[in-house]
Ligand binder design. Structure first.
Ligand code: GLP
Length: 261
């Protein structure tokens, strides 16, 4: 795992956007894993901007989102399908038929999860998976004790996650208590992972995820096992990291980061 610290969340976000843009240019048929949440909103705005400004071409890309709430129709304003359409898809030239999210209203949810895994496989696997980290340490909706070999499935949400996300609902009590999520095992199979974590509210969980023991109590700690994972963060979120100086040195000195400095 590599950790890159940028001075603020704007710079961290722009760096992630640049890495994604480069990956799309290098492989126009890129299979991109996408995340939701507040952290991703400015990132998607930046990608839309790069598409407009530099004609970044998404027409052949395929996307797979990490998760979707159980019980919310695609058109519901809090569904992740709605989030993706509103924050990214409608601003770029992606073919909407190539954008995948699990359906939270499928009659047979287990079958829906199996189909999702199958579709990822048919597309050749995920080339680049974008991730955020929730306050419970989740990636996707893999709440504590998610098996590291888990696949796409239905997961019950923790009180921490419900407290974090329910204010986004008109009536907070309407937030679903379950979600379909890619498994930790599904995520670990992505060829490359980029995790964006910003803001002081994430400092504690980031330190546990990156420098703490690998444990299913903190799903994001599984990323320490991934051979090609970079965590891009800002000064605020990185304040509890013991290796801060070393991580800063990496960005300033390692040749692979030269083009981004
Ligand atoms: C949500 C999503 C995650 C996301 C996380 C962080 O619940 N399921 O994929 O990474 O929580 O969200 P935020 O960026 O709003 O802190």
């Amino acid at each position: 795992m590599e950790v890159i610290i940028r001075p603020d969340k704007e710079k961290a976000t722009k760096l992630v956007a640049k890495i994604i843009a480069k990956a799309v240019r290098e492989k126009p048929t890129l299979v991109l894993g996408l995340a939701t949440g507040n952290t991703m909103e400015p990132l998607y705005a930046e990608l839309a901007e790069i598409h407009k400004r530099e004609k970044l071409d998404f027409s052949l890309c395929r996307t797979f989102n990490l998760d979707e709430y159980v019980g919310l129709k695609a058109g519901h304003r809090n569904s992740y399908r709605h989030y993706m359409n509103e924050h990214l898809f409608k601003y770029i030239n992606i073919d909407i038929r190539n954008t995948h999210l699990p359906s939270g209203t499928a009659r047979d949810l287990d079958r829906e999860c199996e189909k999702y895994e199958q579709t990822i496989k048919e597309c050749g696997g995920i080339d680049l998976q974008l991730l955020g980290i929730g306050r419970s340490g989740h990636i996707g909706f893999n709440e504590p004790l998610s098996a590291f070999f888990s696949r796409t499935r239905v997961k019950a949400l923790t009180p921490t996650t419900i407290a974090q996300n329910s204010p986004l609902f008109d009536k907070p009590e309407d937030m679903p208590k379950r979600a379909i999520t890619m498994g930790v095992g599904t995520i670990l199979e992505a060829k490359r992972v980029i995790t964006l974590v910003v803001g002081s509210s994430k400092a504690e969980i980031l330190a546990k995820s990156v420098e703490g023991p690998v444990t299913s109590m903190v799903s994001a700690s599984a990323l320490q096992l991934h051979p090609k994972c970079v965590v891009i963060t800002d000064e605020k979120a990185s304040s509890n990291l013991q290796g801060r100086d070393y991580y800063r040195w990496i960005f300033e000195n390692e040749p692979e980061w030269e083009e981004y400095r």
